[in-house]
Design a binder for this molecule. Structure first.
Ligand code: 2HA
Ligand code: ZN
Length: 301
């Protein structure tokens, strides 16, 4: 079933029909919900979301909240402590995937697999106001996402809205054969494909293997997110942020493609990373200059 077929099926199943009939639209038709659902489906198509792997959150604009409010539950559900405190995002609303839910099922039934949650004013608890029906809960990485939204909002002057976590094969494979430091990974990825330095001029951060879903991985990631918009989780996947669904998906896609090229080049080279041809540091500087981007100099020789 194609994405459009799934979207059509979702609509014909009659989500929010009563309220939709009054307003002419359903929650599932709002632009930010469609963008969110499309990203989930695209990630599934790429093979980055086996079983319930990966998660996605989007921070709603004030305008999104106003257009979505008429679809919110009449009685919001109970407040749930998050285990982290993020006062700078107190009162914010997020669209989030649900814990245990599969990305491949999102387009067919958004209301069950994703939901909108509101943070309390102190930013240490949330409540579900739409979706995640049948007892669903936000992603197990929700505290990690919220902490990192706060860091990226501060780093981007409020531009960042999307945080996306996936399990892309080639990035994960890379974490078995390279030293787990941000400089090494950044240089390999920048040199694997010419446009990489344009797409992620600040480079990528790397966190060593850690237990997922806890406060430690949230803190380690948010330290690196202060000056990177992408962080590799060793033997696990990628965690990226962006202003739009397109730029966030595109960032993860670009990093994964570069990792794929690097792996193939090593295989063609008998396993060695001593390549006959490569992009020089001078070449990377030249791209930054010609494209007028500020590149993280500490990752260059
Ligand atoms: O949502 O990917 O890291 C499942 C995960 C946890
Ligand atoms: Zn994961």
């Amino acid at each position: 079933m194609t994405f459009l077929d799934q979207a059509q099926e979702a609509l014909t199943q009659g989500f929010d029909t009563a309220r939709g009939a009054v307003s002419g639209v359903a929650m599932e038709q709002l632009g930010f919900v469609r963008g969110f659902v499309r990203l989930c489906n695209d990630g599934w198509d790429q093979g980055w979301h086996e079983r319930n792997g990966g998660n996605l959150t989007y921070r709603l604009t004030d305008e999104d909240v106003e257009t979505a409010r008429k679809f919110f539950d009449k009685e919001p559900r109970e407040w749930t402590p998050m285990g982290v405190e993020v006062p700078s995002l107190g009162g914010a609303y997020f669209l989030t995937t649900g814990t245990g839910n599969y990305m491949r099922n999102v387009a067919g039934n958004p209301k069950k697999n994703i939901g909108i949650v509101q943070l309390n004013e102190t930013g240490d608890a949330y409540r579900i106001v739409w979706g995640l029906i049948d007892g669903g809960r936000p992603t197990s990485e929700f505290p990690t996402h919220v902490m990192n939204h706060a860091v990226r909002v501060a780093a981007t002057d409020g531009e960042c809205r999307v945080i996306y976590h996936a399990h892309p094969t080639n990035v994960i494979a890379m974490t078995f054969v390279l030293p787990l430091d941000s400089r090494t990974f950044t240089r390999v990825l920048w040199k694997a494909m010419t446009e990489c330095v344009v797409v992620f001029p600040q480079g990528v951060g790397v966190v060593p293997w850690m237990v997922p879903g806890g406060a430690d991985i949230a803190k380690a990631t948010s330290e690196l997110m202060k000056d990177h918009d992408a962080v590799v989780w060793a033997q696990h996947g990628l965690f990226v942020s962006g202003a739009t669904f397109d730029s966030t998906f595109g960032l993860l896609h670009t990093i994964e493609k570069a990792a794929d090229i690097y792996g193939k080049a090593r295989m063609m080279n008998g396993g060695s990373d001593a390549f006959m041809n490569t992009i020089t540091d001078e070449g990377l500087r030249q791209i930054a200059k010609d494209f007028n981007i500020s590149i993280n100099e500490s990752y260059l020789d």
